[in-house]
Design a protein around this ligand. Structure first.
Ligand SMILES: N[C@@H](CCC(=O)N[C@@H](CS)C(=O)NCC(=O)O)C(=O)O
Length: 204
């Protein structure tokens, strides 16, 4: 298998963290430089028609995109440790959390950065109003997540799951906006981040 990936980008990072937690090391990596617009080439579009990263090329030549779908596939090939839920019920709650984090944390953050950071003019037709709107949504969710984490160690319940990975990859990307959780304002998020940094997904 071959993973098309890109350094510092949060969605491929989700897949890398997932692979680290599973101990998967046998997938060939192909780096695509987003800022150099390598993902916009005709050649890359034959792999990922929507010109997005990550993309996983299977051994039979089929290509999976969407980081969550890629992780889902890898969970099937490497079932342990389970990160998507052991029962339908647990999987439903984990999916709820993962989608909350993806759409209410990572997405506003992406708006904030892509529409506000000067370097992103390389790939985004920036709309200035979207940056503060994204920042507001991101900060709101960070505060809410902090209150949720007051009573537990992990995002979707009492164990580490894909939802923690999506949130942790979001925090990594937030560094581009020079944002990191503050211990006075978001103590539970800071403690959770410490737990993530100590895990395989937190290793370089
Ligand atoms: N929903 C997709 C989103 C993929 C995505 O937006 N990837 C970004 C990198 S994090 C990308 O390819 N950006 C290039 C662009 O927007 O031009 C997923 O989960 O994989």
């Amino acid at each position: 298998m071959k993973l098309y990936t890109s350094a510092f980008a949060p969605n491929p990072e989700r897949v890398h963290m997932f692979m680290k937690e599973k101990g998967i090391t046998d997938i060939e990596l192909v780096d695509i430089n987003i800022m150099e617009r390598e993902h916009k080439t005709r050649e890359y579009r034959t792999i990922s028609p929507l010109a997005q990263i990550p993309a996983l090329e299977l051994d039979d030549g089929r290509v999976l995109t969407e980081s969550r779908a890629i992780c889902r596939y890898l969970e099937g090939v490497h079932p342990e440790p389970n990160l998507f839920g052991k029962t339908d019920e647990e999987a439903a709650f984990i999916e709820m959390w993962d989608r909350r984090v993806e759409f209410m944390f990572l997405l506003p953050l992406a708006w904030w950065i892509r529409h506000g950071h000067p370097a992103f003019t390389a790939i985004e037709k920036q709309i200035a109003e979207l940056a503060p709107r994204g920042e507001k949504g991101f900060r709101y969710f960070a505060k809410w997540l902090d209150s949720e984490l007051a009573g537990r160690d992990f995002i979707a319940g009492d164990r580490f799951t894909i939802a923690d990975i999506t949130a942790f990859a979001s925090l990594g990307f937030a560094r581009v906006a020079k944002w990191k959780p503050d211990a006075d304002e978001l103590p539970n998020l800071v403690a959770w981040r410490g737990r993530m940094l100590a895990r395989p997904c937190g290793q370089k």
